[in-house]
Structure formats: structure tokens, C-alpha cells
Write a protein that binds this ligand. Structure first.
Ligand SMILES: [Zn+2]
Ligand SMILES: [Zn+2]
Length: 381
């Protein structure tokens, strides 16, 4: 017998996940070999899959869970419908749970999908049993309960999700002339791919990857994962700066969700896109670099020379931060009193840009220092 502490199984989700995975792994290839799939079914799989995936990332996640921007009602309807099609529960349940995940990240008792409980649990296990950590509580989602579209979707979730998952592929199948093929690809395979790519954010993105911004939690940046998850793989950045509508902040980082939101803002469907000031991002990265440099020096026997250099850098860093804070407060106070002359505001902006740049250069210097430290344990005179 299992211990009494084992949480009771949730059969609906267990059967749903098992059945869809089984069909995707067995029936889909079998049908492909015996009968073959039409291109229409593959196209529907791709387009429908992208619509569902983006509704979760741009809608459920960045819009409703984190309020990183505001969206026009038409866009919210689209996200609500295709989000329901992704079979990941209603916006209200999903976002409330996700807010708890951020607030209590890695806390096994309160984070509904804490990565500290292992890969399986954070990937899918947390949904298969009625764990106390997964208790649904909308106390942290009062704003969402005031959103009519969110509540409509929540109250009619079953009808919407059945229509989207069975009705729509059925219609497409009738149109293309191969109902089974369409149901298998646009219905089941799409669901399974959508499910597991989203689940990877809770599991793999907390296990595998870099931590350039913070090591206070398990979240990682992972380019490969970002590619398969519409940009959500930059999870280390996301956990420290969750109010930013971007996850991949560099132009070359793969973040289609960010591009979608930005494009929507150009055509008037989104506004108030929130970003974190570049200076705060630089500060977080430098903090991490200093931390890592310190750790390396701890292990070195020639640490005195290096420590001096590092201390100089640290002093510059804190001076730059001090000046930045002062500039911020000056800007804030003046704006409040409406005293800010245009030229002064421009001067402050320029200085902030300079400080940003100086931090960026400092990060480069530190990286070179650490490289040299590896090659020769004593610094050049
Ligand atoms: Zn999040
Ligand atoms: Zn996370």
C-alpha cells in the first residue's frame, strides 16, 4: 500500500493526458503509414497550433497573469477562445496558479509546480493529483474576476473547449474530405504538442539553461526552449522582471510572443506595453557577474591582486548606481512638481544612457578579467 499522505488522483486529467499522448504516439503514425495525411491537415495543425500556443503565451501568460500590456477586446476574445482550445484550464485558474508560482517560486508547499519537486512533478505530475500546493484560490486574481471575457470563458469553459477541440477540427475535416486525418493532426497531435511545450516551461526551463540575471530561483534562460515555446524560454529574465512584456530582450533572441504584442500595438490592438528600464537589467547582470567573480576568487590562491581589481570595479559599479538613483529621484520629483525644464530632462536622459553604457562596458571588463584569471592566476602588473 502507498502511504496515506499520497494525494488523491485526479482521474479526468490523468485519462486526458494519457489518452491524447497515446493517440499521438500510436494512432497518428499508424494512420500516416496506412492512409497518409493531406497537406490541409498538416497546415491546420501548424496554424491552429500557433494560434493556441500564442494565446497561452501572449494571452494567458503575459496579458492576464502578468498584466504586461493592455489588449483590445477583439484580441482578448481571440486569446480566450484559442486559449480554451489549448486545454490548459480557464484563464482564471491558469493565471491565478501562475501568479502563485511566481510569488512562491521553488517553495514546495506553495508553488503549485515547484521545480524542486523534480522534473516529472513540475512538468505534469502536479496536475495528476489533488496536491495541497495546487489548491485553487482566486484571492490573487480579483482583477481577472472583473474582466467580463475572462469570466465568460471561465463559466462556459467546457462548452468552449469542446467546440474548439472537436467542433472546429470536425468542420475542417468535412471541408478537406478527411475527417479522421484532420481530427488526428489538428485535434490530438496539436493538443499534445501544445501541452508539452507549455509544460516544459515549468519543468525544463527551471532545470536546464543559463542564469544571467539572478540565481535566487531555479528559472533558466534556454534558447532551444524559447524556439519551441514562442519565446517563453527566457525564463530567468522572466522570473526577475515579470512585468516586462518581453522575455527575450535582445533583438536576436527568438520571442514571437513579443513580436506579436509589439505588432498589435502598431495597429492599435495593444497598448501600454511595459518594459523594465535598461539600467535595472544591466544592474542585475552585473550583480550576477560580481557574485560569480567572487566565488571564483574564493577558490584561488593568488587572489589578492585580483581582489584589488575587483574591488575597484565594485566601487565604480556602486558609484554608477548611486548616481543613477539620484537621477531617477530628481526626475521623479521634478515631474511631480512640473518643474522639469526640457533641457534638464534631456540632460538626465543622456546621463542615464551614459551610465547604462558604462555598466555594459564594465560587464565586458569583468568577463575579460575572469577569462584571464582562468589563464593565469596572477594579474598582469
Ligand atoms: Zn510568468
Ligand atoms: Zn517559472
Amino acid at each position: 500500500m502507498k502511504t496515506v499522505s499520497e494525494a488523491p488522483r485526479i482521474w479526468v486529467t490523468t485519462i486526458l493526458f494519457a489518452a491524447t499522448a497515446l493517440v499521438a504516439l500510436v494512432l497518428v503514425p499508424l494512420y500516416g503509414i496506412v492512409h497518409g495525411f493531406q497537406w490541409q491537415a498538416w497546415a491546420a495543425f501548424a496554424v491552429y497550433g500557433a494560434l493556441c500556443g500564442l494565446s497561452i503565451t501572449a494571452g494567458y501568460h503575459r496579458l492576464w497573469s502578468h498584466r504586461t500590456y493592455e489588449a483590445h477586446w477583439s484580441l482578448r476574445w481571440l486569446f480566450a477562445l484559442f486559449g480554451a482550445a489549448s486545454l490548459q484550464n480557464s484563464i482564471l485558474v491558469w493565471s491565478s496558479g501562475h501568479r502563485r508560482h511566481h510569488r512562491h517560486v521553488d517553495d514546495n508547499d506553495h508553488d503549485p509546480y515547484s521545480a524542486k519537486r523534480g522534473f516529472w512533478f513540475s512538468h505534469i505530475g502536479w496536475m495528476l493529483r489533488d496536491y495541497p500546493s495546487g489548491k485553487v484560490d482566486f484571492d490573487n486574481a480579483k482583477d481577472l474576476q472583473r474582466d467580463k471575457i475572462v469570466m465568460f470563458q471561465h463559466n462556459h469553459y467546457l462548452a468552449i473547449t469542446l467546440t474548439m477541440n472537436i467542433g472546429l477540427p470536425l468542420l475542417l475535416g468535412i471541408w478537406s474530405g478527411d475527417i479522421i486525418g484532420m481530427m488526428l493532426l489538428a485535434g490530438v497531435l496539436r493538443i499534445v504538442v501544445n501541452h508539452h511545450t507549455t509544460f516544459f516551461i515549468n519543468s525544463l526551463a527551471h532545470i536546464w539553461g543559463r542564469r544571467p540575471y539572478t540565481d535566487e530561483n531555479t528559472a533558466r534562460d534556454n534558447d532551444l526552449l524559447a524556439f519551441f515555446t514562442f519565446g517563453e524560454g527566457y525564463h530567468n529574465y522572466h522570473h526577475i522582471f515579470q512585468t516586462d512584456y518581453r522575455n527575450g530582450i535582445r533583438w536576436y533572441q527568438w520571442d514571437p510572443t513579443k513580436w506579436l504584442i509589439k505588432t498589435a500595438s502598431w495597429v492599435g490592438l495593444a497598448r501600454n506595453l511595459k518594459t523594465v528600464p535598461a539600467m535595472r537589467i544591466q544592474r542585475a547582470m552585473l550583480d550576477m557577474q560580481f557574485k560569480r567573480a567572487e566565488q571564483k576568487l574564493q577558490q584561488s590562491s593568488h587572489r589578492d591582486g585580483w581582489r584589488k581589481l575587483l574591488e575597484q570595479e565594485a566601487q565604480q559599479f556602486s558609484a554608477a548606481l548611486g548616481e543613477w538613483k539620484e537621477l531617477q529621484s530628481r526626475r521623479y520629483e521634478n515631474a511631480r512638481e512640473r518643474l522639469l525644464a526640457k533641457w534638464e530632462s534631456a540632460a538626465i536622459r543622456t546621463r542615464v544612457k551614459e551610465l547604462e553604457y558604462s555598466l555594459k562596458m564594465q560587464r565586458k571588463r569583468l568577463a575579460i578579467m575572469m577569462d584571464q584569471f582562468h589563464q593565469s592566476p596572477a594579474p598582469a602588473a
